[in-house]
Design a protein around this ligand. Sequence first.
Ligand code: NDP
Length: 668
Amino acid sequence: MRRREPEDRRVQLLQAALAALAETGIEQFTMAEVARRAKVSPALIVHYFGDRDTLIEATFRQLVERVTTRPMDALSTGGDPEDRLRAFVLAHLNPGELSSEASRAWLSFWGLALYNPALARLQRVHQERMISNLKHELRALVVADAVTRIAETIAALIDGFWLRAALAGAWKPDVQIPVDWIFAVIERDLADSRLPEAGAKPVAVSFDTINPATGEVLATIRIDGQAEIDNAVARAVEAQKHWARVPGVERGRILFRAAQLLVARNEELARLETCDTGKPIQETIAVDVLSGADCIEYYAGLARTIAGEHIDLGDAAFGYTRREPLGVVGGIGAWNYPLQIACWKSAPALACGNAMIFKPAELTPLTAIELEKVYREAGLPDGLFQVVQGKGDTGRLLSRHPGIAKMSLTGEVGTGKKVMIDAAGTLKHVTLELGGKSALIVFEDADIDEAVSGALLANFYSAGEVCTNGTRVFVHASVRDDFLARLKHRTEAMVLGDPLNPATQMGALISREHMDKVLGYIASGQQQGARLLTGGKRATHLAGNFVEPTIFVDCQDDMAIVREEIFGPVMTVLDFTNEDEVIARANATDFGLAAGIFTRDLARAHRTIARLDAGTCWINTYNITPIELPFGGNKQSGLGRENGLAAIEHYTQLKSVYVAMEPIDAPY
Ligand code: NDP
């Protein structure tokens, strides 16, 4: 509970900021005015938000969160798509919000977003989310061609009502009227384009996957809709019934063959992964495919050992437990380690006797398709590992599907929450591997060269697109200068370039949009007073999405670059002077994925690791994830664990059996 206090305070300050924005407008908006309204000192506002721009951005971020919460809840309430669509529109036109300060602040948000890139991004994401949610429901109601048009019409009408409410001041509309009106206007569209019969129909839409280093289109992929997911689940259900009865030893043999096939295809698959992700071939050939194969081999071995226990209950009875599969499980992957993530999820799932339907990220759909082929070639019966394709909408179809017993997601914190909400509708198990902003601590007695190696690996491997990255590098003040000199020298020697060239050490970021996000963070770091030690720019001599390895010094704990996950090659270095202080600062985050320390003092190493609130930790190294060790995060970085024996618990359920050995002693 104590951890939440700063967050409560932050929310209180943001509410005061929202009230100030709504009442006085952006021109008069000052940190002092917010402090006055919140009855706190201006220094506290600076402590939390740094400067006025950051405060404005945080306020609007919270406003977006606020106006989106009810509509998102409405979508997860069940019912048929038309009911959900109505509830969604109604929730957007919530009279409390329309007539409150929120609508006035919303108006300034729209205006400001025209000139401020960070707010523009926020606004765009909000718009895209609203349209994508509308489209999701509409797909079950109308033919594919009409989906976008109708979704955009509804969004425009909702936006129009907000605008009207803001301009009209204390307007207290009867929202049922606009809702009916919106539906009357679109009724004709719905009638013209309604699906011939209730229920779903395959959605024939596709997307291109692009090489981020060159912009080349690698493939066009068909998006799977409700009908395809229903079909995949039905096939998986049938296949799993038989698979659950196959002895573990036999399941293991098939998995072992799959691992061997992956190893044999390492070079070809590494090349494909490099083209799809932009990561250097020197990484994908050493890690991505082989670590996936290693995982499959590990669970191939474990499959024959999965067992329950015998429980002695005296002479009259005994009990035993059976560790049984869950059934059909859904996997959703992120784009940074596409093949490895598919293996980390499918191998334990299959070893435990489940079927898996896996959706890779839309940005990196290719290697999961190859994994499906590998499993089939290894002898895995049809239907047990199926890849479906699409964006978040397709993922939602999995999370909400009543035929799926568990979801395992690797992705952002926000996506994790959505999957959990969707999964709650049918009370699925969930495993969530989410984002982080991990701390790497270099004590004064550390081997400095080793610590620099650790910091480089913790920030620039895969161009920084690694969830566990130690992006908050805390360095003891007494060794700071030495550490920075060596760090700068080695960073500037890194080779950026064509990911397919074996000499390249850092490749391209996944997409243009992601590169813009990373560059936006770099700009915000400079605006907030952090100093660039090196890097900080797009590498324009290269055609794709390349950003220089970037190191910020003179950072403060409350800067956006220190608090938020950037998921790019951006390291922040912070000074500290004592152990208690650095542990408190390292733990002062909602994330809790990973942490690392460098020290030669054995006692301090273990003492400190025990106090760090993170699920995956390293002493005197960073980012090594052997399959034998459970992997996952604390706090908002995740739920459950992947890898190791721990994953077996997450892909099975226990059945307790009581066996009577004596006649029943019935009292009647
Ligand atoms: P996202 O959360 O954006 O996407 C992850 C996956 O979820 C994608 O396949 C995405 O589809 C899908 N998705 C998006 N919205 C929904 C939804 N509402 N319901 C179901 N599925 C949905 O993450 P990124 O792909 O951008 O990956 C980066 C993030 O992943 C970072 O935060 C990183 O820290 C985290 N990560 C965590 C790891 C861990 O083990 N803890 C490891 C690797 C990454 P699509 O992209 O096709 O729209």
